[in-house]
Design a protein around this ligand. Structure first.
Ligand SMILES: *Cc1c(COP(=O)(O)O)cnc(C)c1O
Length: 412
């Protein structure tokens, strides 16, 4: 057993011990991971303080804690970002919608997107494209859905039959999910960030499915959106965005409110300074306090070891799940992400199988419906393990799928 493997096993044991016992085989961190007892306690303590002292007083009292959460997010997102460039939002989806609404784009601007874009984000992009109008340009991808770096200099045809493909430098913005929700792949975001920067094209990176499970810090993006409850093991109900440097001064207001706008001396409404113009006001402060705690645990846990353990678990999972009950793993066995997706045998419905697994085997997974993303040809089953999972949990799932791949008449 290698030293890294031993350290990973020990870390796993500590993360399990730090959590309340699970009533199920939880293989669903990509939907919502299990927070630690201390994270729950931090949240509950805040709720209690709100009741005892007044909710706004309680919020003021945790000012430093909230600052530390933004500092931790900035740390994880990478060098050159500070706490003031990070702001809380309701979720990754609302953060993305706010950024896209507020982002300065020229008339008929061109936005590079991916077929694997998260469904809600695609709807935001399409709505903005109709309104502005904008052109949405599909970036070239390989059969696994990974951006084809060799083709990135000829990113796509603006319209069918156009004279020549566009270069990256002819785009006004690129947006992409670092790790998509419905595929166990990782986009080569470091290289894409580098090429976008060289071409002078801003990049909005969606880290909802990557921050906390892999190293994001080497990616240089102009802006980021993410969420608390997935790989960061924070509570539900909070997310965040980050905007680099003085870009914040150049974006506009997404939703006018007392939390995003003030008035100039002449009485005219003006955006609040910097990122405050994307302020949302009312929020679950307890969720943010919980996230602050979850982030402190991640940073204290040696993030590279956390990331390595997640990759180890996923590759173990792919090995035992591929072929179980004729389900097929869709991605490369050693893909460096904790997301494993399974294609059903012919005639088997992943939604029914997810329900049956939960009801009969107490195994928690996700069925991903086709609406989740344009790149899905049919629904798939998603399985995702965090550090606190044990390889034996994948064995349990593989055995359940083998016993009953999902088309047994008694469970139809
Ligand atoms: C989950 C997810 C989102 C949305 O996050 P919410 O916090 O639910 O809004 C966005 N992008 C990707 C890739 C996701 O997996």
């Amino acid at each position: 057993m290698s030293a890294t493997h031993r350290a990973g096993t020990e870390l796993s044991r500590r993360w399990r011990a730090a959590r309340p016992a699970s009533a199920v085989t939880h293989l669903d961190s990509a939907a919502a991971a299990r927070p630690s007892q201390a994270t729950l306690d931090a949240q509950i303590a805040h709720l209690r303080r709100e009741g005892e002292r007044g909710a706004y007083v309680a919020e003021m009292e945790v000012g430093e804690v909230l600052h530390s959460a933004r500092a931790a997010l900035a740390d994880l997102l990478g060098p050159g970002l500070g706490p003031d460039e990070v702001a809380f939002h309701h979720s990754a989806s609302t953060a993305f919608a706010a950024l896209l609404t507020a982002w300065p784009l020229p008339p008929r601007g061109r936005v590079g997107i991916l077929p694997s874009e998260y469904g809600s984000n695609t709807l935001v992009l399409e709505a903005r494209a109709r309104q502005a109008p904008l052109e949405l340009i599909n970036l070239p991808v390989d059969p696994q859905g990974v951006i084809d770096l060799d083709a990135l200099d000829r990113v796509g045809m603006p319209t069918p039959g156009a004279a020549r493909p566009l270069g990256l430098d002819e785009l006004d913005l690129v947006v992409l999910p670092h790790v998509p929700s419905q595929r166990g792949i990782v986009q080569p975001a470091v290289e894409i960030g580098r090429r976008c920067a060289a071409a002078g094209v801003p990049l909005i990176l969606d880290v909802a499915q990557s921050l906390g499970q892999l190293d994001v810090s080497h990616v240089h993006a102009s802006a980021y959106v993410g969420t608390s409850r997935k790989w960061l093991c924070g509570p539900r109900g909070t997310g965040f965005l980050a905007v680099r440097g003085d870009l914040a001064e150049r974006i506009s207001v997404a939703v006018p409110s007392l939390y995003s706008m003030g008035r100039g001396e002449d009485g005219r409404p003006i955006p609040l300074p910097g990122l405050a113009r994307l302020g949302i006001g009312e929020a679950s402060i307890a969720s943010r306090v919980g996230l602050a705690h979850a982030l402190s645990e991640l940073l204290a846990s040696d993030p590279p070891l956390v990331f390595a353990r997640i990759v180890y678990l996923a590759s173990y999972g792919r090995r035992v799940l591929d072929g179980a009950g004729a389900w097929r793993v869709r991605e490369q066995p050693d893909s460096p992400t904790g997301i494993v997706t399974l294609e059903p045998p012919p005639g088997v419905d992943p939604v029914a199988v997810r329900d049956r697994l939960y009801r009969q085997e107490a195994i928690l997974t996700s069925a991903i419906p086709v609406q989740r993303s344009r790149d899905l040809e049919g629904p798939v089953l998603r399985v995702s393990a965090h550090v606190y999972n044990d390889p034996v949990e994948f064995d349990r799932l593989a055995a359940a799928l083998s016993r009953d791949p999902g088309n047994s008449p008694s469970h139809a």
